[in-house]
Write a protein that binds this ligand. Structure first.
Ligand code: BTN
Length: 236
């Protein structure tokens, strides 16, 4: 993939593209600069949250990892939401449909998961992995997913070049990340809060059941009036 001519900012420099790797999360290290990106045509051992696999047939999805270096003590658990906003906007621009962020790390369209985010902190860096379903046909999407999956193509039938989508995504991520680094979650809260998939839905998180009541200013999910730091959300 030739991303260079499409890049508009710092993110994506350097851009490491490989045909195949176990996981792009392993292709970035602490001596890479902030904004470095690794992406693959195919991952043979792609990871999701909570030790789950993340799979896509070769050549169909955006599977990319971005290196971030937030200041020490910054609330890095919010980075999934920062990336979620960038992904949701990218999907909206491509489809002309609205997308939602399912706290803490999924992007949804039409109640189906179209993208997932995995933020891993190590050695003073955070590697944010993004898996966005682009050209999978309905048959190629995981059928056993706990949440029904979608791709851009399964939603509108259009096959897309992934490079401009990734360039757009990186540009949006850079803008939202810079705003977050400067002003905290407040700086981008409206974009996230207005796309909250769980608001008003009955959910169960780690054994607690209640109605999704939005996110607080720290990015925690409110279940009723109880703030939840992290966890796995099931719709009831
Ligand atoms: C999830 O839905 O639980 C998160 C999925 C994250 C997948 C991306 S694809 C690029 C990066 N490499 C990985 O192995 N995982 C992330």
């Amino acid at each position: 993939m030739n991303l260079g001519p499409l890049l508009r900012g710092r993110f994506g420099r350097p851009f490491r593209w490989v045909d195949e790797t176990e996981t792009t999360q392993a292709l970035l290290a602490a001596d890479d600069p902030e904004g470095a990106v690794a992406a693959a045509d195919h991952q043979t051992a792609g990871r999701g949250r909570l030790g789950r696999p993340w799979t896509a047939p070769p050549g169909t999805a955006i599977t990319a990892s971005v290196l971030l270096r937030p200041t020490a003590g910054a609330p890095v658990q919010q980075l999934s939401l920062v990336a979620g906003l960038a992904v949701a906007e990218t999907v909206e621009a491509a489809l002309d449909l609205s997308a939602q962020i399912k706290w803490p790390n999924d992007v949804m369209v039409d109640r189906r998961k179209i993208a997932g985010i995995l933020a891993e902190a190590r050695d003073g860096i955070v590697v944010v992995g993004i898996g966005l379903n682009v050209n999978q046909t309905r048959e190629q999407l995981p059928a056993d997913a706990r949440v029904q999956a979608a791709s851009l193509r399964s939603l509108d039938g259009v096959e897309r070049d992934r490079a401009p989508l990734l360039a757009d995504l990186l540009h949006r991520l850079e803008r939202h990340y810079d705003a977050w680094a400067e002003g905290g979650l407040d700086a981008i809260f409206d974009g996230i809060g207005s796309r909250d998939f769980l608001r008003g839905r009955r959910v169960s998180v780690d054994g607690h059941e209640g109605v999704g009541n939005g996110l607080d200013r720290a990015g925690r999910l409110l279940v009723g009036d109880r703030p939840v730091e992290s966890g796995e959300v099931d719709l009831v």
